[in-house]
Design a protein around this ligand. Structure first.
Ligand code: NAD
Length: 461
């Protein structure tokens, strides 16, 4: 465990570095961003190995969801940083004449980033790119549930980035509690709503601003589709459910809503697609990640221990205790009061909920806490408008899944139970900046009616 003395020394050093002003310079920020690019480039094979060891991720998945995402984000930040940092000029009311105004983005100071284990590189380095671009110094605390990736970051980051400005502190809940005792200028947290509340309560003691990137149950509304579109749509659903860390993804699909009359068509196509993507031998499942640890494996198994839920399995349901792999599993209409329909699944179990008319899905989604992502497969333009107007979620993606995460020009973040604050691209820069309003007047002209003594004439002026 990290002792408190070490944490204190690190935080003090970061504060001194911030005070020195060096992190404010554009050159320093760009040098750090280039170093992150070099880090992921030069350590690509190590990262593939660690992600395979810890989560069973195939290198293609690791590149798509972690290494490639970081390269893209750092490249984007490098291309845009001059523009992001430049003061924004604008107009003023005529009565201020002569005057000028600008909005200056200034770094917040010393920030704490707490990461999750499911994308242990992306969910630490992506916010770090934002924090550095904005000119902050940073403590990064990766999740203890992916200890190899956490140690990699702790060992390797200091030899690439400015070690006086970026520190990695490893540890679990106790270390997180120790860190939360300090006064930060911003806390950026990725994790569960339960721990998000602890983080926010700790931040409140110092009025520290927080961004909470939380989770929830992300639905797919699946309208009846013609055969020509069905295959592509189902591939995108299967990828969004099983193709990113075996469903252990905050924006992964939690459940699907479909009309009764279309359910069997959808399920048959899902079964075919699963077999093509992963095979059907759970002991030798191809291209499919494992569950992070035995606790989470047992948590997922416990969903199916309810006989009323187990009876609803229409595909899969096998668990391999040795490899911690759970077969892609489909359930049809599990009871709505069962745990699987009320807790975030975060694994490869997929409930399919049927309704008489797909329009009912809007009420269904609205009966649950606001999700981080909502997916809808439909060609009905009026239905799309209704979904946008009548539901609330961090994002809405029509006719695909997950890809919104990699769009730098889209804000990424939750609403309600799925969190608040947003990042990615310019949104990350803003999240770690204070927009300072600057107004400058000249002495050239004075509008006397603004000053006392008051008179009727001044009121009418
Ligand atoms: P978690 O909340 O258990 O842990 C997240 C981080 O908080 C870890 O670094 C952990 O060490 C720390 N932590 C754990 N207990 C703590 C405590 N009592 N006090 C302070 N810190 C503590 O979450 P998890 O299991 O790592 O991740 C799963 C959850 O995270 C899911 O709900 C998922 O949806 C969500 N998630 C959200 C996003 C997103 O971008 N919105 C991404 C990934 C995961």
């Amino acid at each position: 465990m990290t002792d408190d003395h070490e944490i204190r020394r690190s935080v003090e050093e970061l504060r001194l570095t911030f005070k020195s002003g060096k992190t404010r310079s554009g050159d320093w920020r760009k040098a750090q961003l280039r170093a992150i690019l070099r880090l992921v480039h030069e350590n690509e094979d190590t990262l593939f190995r660690l992600l395979e060891l810890e989560l069973g991720k195939h290198p293609v998945e690791s590149y798509r969801d972690e290494v490639g995402v970081i390269k893209k984000s750092a490249d984007h930040a490098l291309a845009c940083i001059d523009q992001w940092m430049s003061p924004k000029k604008g107009r003023l009311p005529l009565v201020f004449f002569p005057a000028s105004r600008k909005v200056l983005s200034e770094p917040l100071g010393v920030v704490l980033i707490i990461g999750s284990w499911n994308f242990p590189i992306t969910l630490t380095l992506d916010p770090l790119i934002g924090a550095i671009s904005a000119g902050n110094t940073v403590v990064l605390k990766p999740s203890e549930l992916s200890p190899n990736c956490a140690s990699f970051l702790a060992n390797v980051l200091p030899s690439y980035l400015d070690p006086k400005a970026v520190k990695v502190i490893e540890g679990g809940r106790e270390v997180a509690h120790q860190l939360l005792e300090y006064k930060w200028d911003k806390i950026f947290f990725t994790g569960s709503p339960k721990v998000g509340k602890i983080v926010m309560a700790a931040a409140a003691k110092n009025l520290t601003p927080v961004t909470l990137e939380l989770g929830g149950k992300c639905p797919v509304i699946f309208d009846s589709l013609p055969n020509s579109d069905l295959k592509v749509a189902v591939k995108r659903v299967a990828s969004g459910k099983w193709g990113a860390c075996a469903g252990q993804a905050c924006i992964g699909i939690d459940y699907v809503i479909v009309e009764h009359k279309f359910a069997s068509t959808l399920i048959e196509q899902l079964k075919k697609t699963i077999k093509i993507f992963y095979g059907d031998d759970v002991k030798n499942l191809k291209n499919h990640s494992k569950i992070i640890n035995k606790n989470h494996f047992d948590r997922l198994r416990s969903f199916l221990e309810d006989p009323a839920v187990a009876n609803c399995i229409v595909y899969g349901g096998s668990f391999d205790d040795t490899s911690l792999i759970i077969e892609p599993t489909i359930l049809l209409d599990p009871p709505l009061d069962a745990a699987i329909m009320n807790e975030e699944i975060f694994g490869p179990l997929l409930p399919i909920i049927t309704v008489d008319n797909i329009e009912e899905s809007v009420e269904f989604v609205n009966s649950k806490p606001k999700p981080l992502a909502l997916y809808a497969f439909t060609k009905n333009e009026n239905f799309k408008k209704r979904i946008l107007a009548e539901t609330s979620s961090g994002s809405v993606t029509f006719n695909d899944t997950m890809i919104q995460f990699v769009c730098d020009d889209l804000p990424f973040g939750g609403v309600g139970q799925s969190g608040f604050g947003r990042y990615h691209g310019k949104y990350s820069f803003n999240t770690f900046s204070h927009e300072k309003a600057v107004l400058e007047r000249s002495f050239y002209f004075e509008l006397e009616p603004r000053h006392p003594p008051w008179s009727r004439f001044k009121l009418e002026f």
